[in-house]
Design a protein around this ligand. Structure first.
Ligand SMILES: CC(C)(COP(=O)(O)OP(=O)(O)OC[C@H]1O[C@@H](n2cnc3c(N)ncnc32)[C@H](O)[C@@H]1OP(=O)(O)O)[C@@H](O)C(=O)NCCC(=O)NCCS
Length: 163
């Protein structure tokens, strides 16, 4: 397993985080700079950075909700965050291309899952495309079928990991 440091996001990470988001997602799916800045300010406890020798190479971010599934407004407004809610909703998992397929996303996801467990959440929820369903299943998520989300004009599946 490649050695990395995982830590909570800090305001000064913003530019690098925004850069990585544009590398990892097409424009229609990427979080906007404004959104990322607002998330970092509003719920850094749900935002984890992967660092290799002091350089940010990936991150995972989300918020807390009482909804059992992701809905599109969650992505665009930090107002939907419910600090003492039941479920951690994952917005995005990003690893820069040079570091992919080394288990870094899995380390980030396992860190987030543990944080959710340790703060008394009931589940972690996310949406993903067809080709990543098997990947999230390998991390313990259950596929609940097609999501109502039309984020970025794509088709998504609802995935849930219940503690
Ligand atoms: C998806 C992503 C986060 C995976 O990061 P990673 O650090 O390479 O992931 P891991 O090393 O933990 O796991 C790799 C596994 O993920 C799966 N996987 C990753 N990308 C895949 C793809 N495009 N199609 C199918 N499976 C894929 C495979 O099972 C792969 O295992 P393998 O190398 O044995 O084939 C990274 O490719 C990425 O940032 N992609 C762009 C953004 C994105 O799609 N994020 C996820 C949706 S929120």
């Amino acid at each position: 397993m490649i050695e990395i440091t995982i830590r909570n996001v800090q305001p000064e990470d913003f530019e690098r985080v925004a850069e990585i988001e544009t590398i990892c997602f097409p424009a229609a799916e990427a979080a906007t700079r404004e959104s990322l800045k607002a998330r970092i300010a509003a719920f850094p406890e749900c935002f984890f950075i992967a660092e290799k020798e002091g350089v940010i190479i990936g991150f995972v971010n989300g918020c807390i909700t009482n909804s059992p599934v992701i809905y599109d407004e969650l992505f665009s407004s930090t107002q939907h965050h419910i600090p003492n809610g039941q479920n951690l909703a994952v917005f995005g998992l990003d690893v820069i291309p040079e570091y992919r397929r080394k288990g870094i996303a899995a380390q980030l996801m396992n860190h987030l899952i543990l944080a959710a467990k340790n703060t008394g959440r009931k589940s972690v929820i996310l949406t993903c495309k067809d080709q990543l369903v098997h990947y999230y299943e390998s991390l313990g998520y259950v596929n609940n079928g097609l999501s109502k989300s039309t984020h970025g004009g794509s088709q998504w599946f609802d995935m849930t990991l219940t503690f």
